[in-house]
Design a protein around this ligand. Structure first.
Ligand code: SIN
Length: 530
């Protein structure tokens, strides 16, 4: 038991300050709740600020496009595992969510006729993605939400990592245990904890995700008794800037570059996406990432190239990509950009309903940490900012509605710090990169699991790095277990020993919980209504 140095109280603790977290926090405050936002790093250090392409949304001003078409594209990308009801509901809420974000100050790009500008990304049948700042959409979304939170004086507890949900004897959440930057423990008592902690790209050596994306929220939810699903579906973005072998966050080269005409070339300068898919370079990103991986294997090259030299005014249209290229000594207006795939997005997560409720009373989740059924086996590009906006707002309303049910007062507060397996981060990342990237097989997955297990020691995390390492260790075992169980290839889960889709697996997600010893247990979940 660890003595708590401080305690505070709120109606809801929101963990994470990206699009879903700040949307939920602002809405909860508007609903009259006392909100505290907890974030382990700076307020804008999460994944939201790095999103480039835009928000996928049908605003009704693009001839020929419709919410039904957006739904159809999302279901196609989801490869039979999206929940059709979730897709329809979340996408239908999109226009109102974007209008609300604009009312909070977000500025999207305009076309010359004054309507919102549009771009296109892989898997979209229409130009429906609304960008901001050219290719800096996430940065603008984050800026606007942080400014709104500051205006509203939302309490922000920065530099505090969430350790565990506090629960009473019935398993109901009563608050959150945190550690500050110096490892000092504190407790936030609240009847609701809303996780908006993002994904776990840092499971891999190379990722588009920032250093904060270590899956802490998902690990916390599993330890609290929540169910996760679809963890085997880790989406790899086809194009990050390749500047040689490197570990950590790699600069994204947005799919919108291909959406606006750039093409992929192999080392001989040949286009290799033609003939792979009817949409060629604009195929869904699992198809493109898979084709790049095969091309690299066949040619022995370290990267392929993205030729954007025919695009007009690249620097103005894609300022973020342009700056990253220039910093690496590449001029995308004159030469093809070297690119490779990298880990990008967790399609699975904590199972929630469409209002962010998990199976644990008082525990909610929204954004990348959650699994609503929108993404299925492969997320459609730019659906994630939209999901964060829509489900963040819905979760705030759910917390407010649930607060009307009275709860017994929580008792004496001592934090039991659980001992958990902790493997060195480098070992975990190496094992996951080798065995659980694009192309997995049973032997590799089992060897990676053995490697992580052998490297792990059981201990109590005493600081942020420890909490993150514990989360990465648990999630490595969880992803490996799910990937080993799904003996087929579907969406972004590619098994080299089971290269085809198998209808036995159609419409059933794999769910994962922890057993009494804290070990992941995988089972076939409820059939999704596709
Ligand atoms: C991109 O801009 O290519 C990434 C967008 C996304 O992952 O949704």
């Amino acid at each position: 038991m660890t003595a708590v140095l401080w305690e505070a109280e709120a109606d809801v603790v929101v963990v994470g300050s990206g699009v879903a977290g700040l949307t939920a926090a602002l809405d909860a405050a508007e609903l009259g709740m006392r909100v505290v936002v907890v974030t382990k790093d700076a307020v804008d250090a999460g994944s939201t600020g790095y999103a480039q392409g835009g928000v996928a949304v049908v605003l009704g001003d693009v001839p020929g496009d419709s919410v039904e078409a957006h739904v159809a594209d999302t279901l196609t990308a989801g490869a039979g595992l999206s929940d059709a009801a979730a897709v329809a509901e979340i996408l239908a809420d999109g226009p109102a969510a974007v209008a609300r974000l604009r009312a909070r100050g977000a500025v999207f790009d305009s076309a010359p006729d004054g309507r919102p500008a549009r771009t296109r990304e892989g898997g979209h049948s229409a130009f429906r993605v609304v960008p901001a700042g050219g290719d800096a959409t996430g940065a603008e979304v984050e800026r606007a939400l942080v400014a709104a939170a500051t205006d509203r004086r939302l309490p922000l507890l920065v530099g505090h990592v969430a350790v565990d949900a506090l629960r009473d004897g019935s398993g109901t959440v009563t608050g959150l245990a945190v550690l500050d930057d110096a490892g000092r423990p504190g407790v936030l008592r609240a009847p609701a904890v809303l996780l908006a902690t993002g994904g776990y790209g840092q499971l891999y050596l190379s990722t588009t995700n920032p250093a904060t994306a270590t899956g802490d929220g998902l690990a916390l939810a599993l330890r609290a008794g929540a169910t996760a699903a679809d963890l085997e579906f880790v989406q790899f973005h086809p194009t990050v800037l390749y500047t040689g072998p490197a570990v950590g966050r790699r600069p994204l080269v947005t799919e919108a570059v291909r959406g606006e005409g750039a093409v992929l070339l192999d080392r001989a300068g040949r286009r290799f996406m033609t003939g792979v898919h009817p949409l060629a370079d604009l195929a869904p990103r699992d198809v493109v990432a898979g084709a790049i991986t095969r091309t690299l294997a066949a040619t022995g090259a370290d990267c392929v190239h993205l030729d954007a030299t025919a695009l007009p005014d690249f620097a103005r249209r894609f300022p973020t990509v342009h700056a990253a290229c220039r910093a690496a000594g590449i001029d995308p207006a004159r030469e093809p950009i070297p690119v490779t795939p990298a880990a990008h997005y967790a399609c699975g997560g904590v199972v929630t309903d469409l209002h962010g409720r998990t199976a644990v009373p008082g525990l909610y989740a929204a954004g990348e940490v959650a699994r609503t059924g929108l993404h299925g086996a492969n997320r459609l590009a730019s659906n994630s900012l939209l999901e964060g906006l829509v489900v963040g707002a819905r979760a705030a309303r759910a917390v407010a509605a649930d607060a009307r049910t009275p709860r017994p007062a929580a008792g004496e507060c001592l934090v039991a710090a659980p001992a958990v397996p902790l493997a060195p981060r480098g070992v975990v990342q190496q094992a996951m990169t080798v065995a659980a990237g694009i192309g997995r097989d049973a032997a590799g997955l089992a060897a990676a699991s053995d490697r992580v297990e052998a490297a792990a020691v059981v201990g109590v995390p005493v600081d942020r790095a420890g909490v993150e390492d514990a989360a990465l260790t648990l999630l490595a075992q969880a992803v490996l277990a799910a990937a080993g169980t799904r003996t087929e290839s579907r969406g972004c889960h590619v098994r080299t020993d089971f290269p085809e889709r198998d209808d036995v697996w159609q419409r059933a997600s794999l769910e994962l919980t922890l057993d009494a010893a804290g070990q992941p247990v995988v089972r076939t979940g409820t059939a999704v209504a596709a």
